[in-house]
Design a protein around this ligand. Structure first.
Ligand SMILES: NC(=O)c1ccc[n+]([C@@H]2O[C@H](COP(=O)([O-])OP(=O)(O)OC[C@H]3O[C@@H](n4cnc5c(N)ncnc54)[C@H](OP(=O)(O)O)[C@@H]3O)[C@@H](O)[C@H]2O)c1
Length: 244
């Protein structure tokens, strides 16, 4: 299997990459920190990956996307799976204070993701095979007062993926929407932990399983599906009074 991971230094994506390495996959990782990327790649080689290549990519630089994707596909000799995993968790307070912070968060989490998916979707559609997986979040299911900028970006990606899935279904390309709840990773290092926090290994393995099974939408861990179903049923007149 030939696997491209955008955001290859993410803790969650790293765990998914380990599962693919165990399968003997060929991996291509992108990220903006090349030293960290190389360390991840070395570890994956030891874990059984058939080959691991890396390239620097700051996803905010949209003009560079196509060239990096083409380099990855050429290096892998094709493409079976693309996992888009990069993300930032902005400070909601800072976003409310400064328009620039909000726009930066939307640029990395929504615009750059949509730009990458546009190129990747066309590549896989032309091949009439493969799987496109994207890490969104339960935060995209309903806006919360404490993180609605992040939630809006993830929700936007979620809607984009719904349409993309229906388009690519005709070309035998699977589109997997991954919706984790709270995960203990560097992204959430500053947050107070509670029993709903999951370990990155569990989420990473869940993503690998969802890709292999060509699932449509997965909540990870599974219990977030009923939790979000309940949250989505709260009437707006009640919901607006909650602060969480
Ligand atoms: N942790 C959670 O609770 C949680 C919950 C739901 C969804 N998610 C989503 O899961 C995904 C992975 O996050 P994580 O928890 O594994 O956090 P993480 O370890 O902090 O990973 C985030 C990754 O995004 C990369 N990134 C950020 N901005 C970038 C940019 N401009 N260009 C390239 N790479 C960039 C970071 O690269 P650097 O190393 O260079 O900073 C890092 O590799 C994200 O999409 C996140 O939104 C996380």
């Amino acid at each position: 299997m030939r696997v491209l991971i955008i955001g290859g230094t993410s803790a969650i994506a790293g765990e998914t990459a380990k599962a693919f390495a165990k399968d003997g996959a060929h991996l291509f990782l992108t990220g903006r920190n090349t030293a960290k990327l190389e360390a991840v790649a070395d570890d994956l080689r030891v874990r059984g990956a058939a080959g691991v290549m890396t390239a620097r990519l700051d996803v905010a630089d949209i003009a560079s996307h196509r060239q990096v994707i083409e380099t990855a596909i050429a290096g892998l000799g094709g493409l079976d799976v693309a996992l888009v995993a990069h993300g930032t968790l902005p400070s909601q307070a800072a976003c409310q204070e400064r328009v620039a912070d909000t726009l930066d968060a939307l640029h990395v989490n929504l615009t750059a993701t949509v730009a990458l998916l546009t190129v990747l979707a066309n590549e896989l559609e032309a091949r009439r095979a493969g799987c496109l997986a994207v890490i969104t979040s339960v935060a995209g299911d309903r806006g919360r007062p404490t993180n609605y900028v992040y939630g809006a970006a993830k929700g936007g990606v979620d809607i984009f993926l719904q349409g993309l899935r229906a388009r690519l279904f005709r070309s035998n390309v699977a589109v997997v929407t991954v919706k984790p709840g709270f995960v203990d990773t560097p992204m959430t290092a500053a947050l107070k932990k509670n029993p709903l926090f999951a370990d990155a290994g569990r989420i990473g393995r869940g993503i690998h399983r969802a890709i292999i099974r060509r699932k449509d939408v997965v909540y990870l861990p599974w219990f977030w599906r009923p939790i979000m179903a309940l949250i989505n049923r709260i009437p707006e007149r009640v919901y607006k009074r909650l602060h969480f």
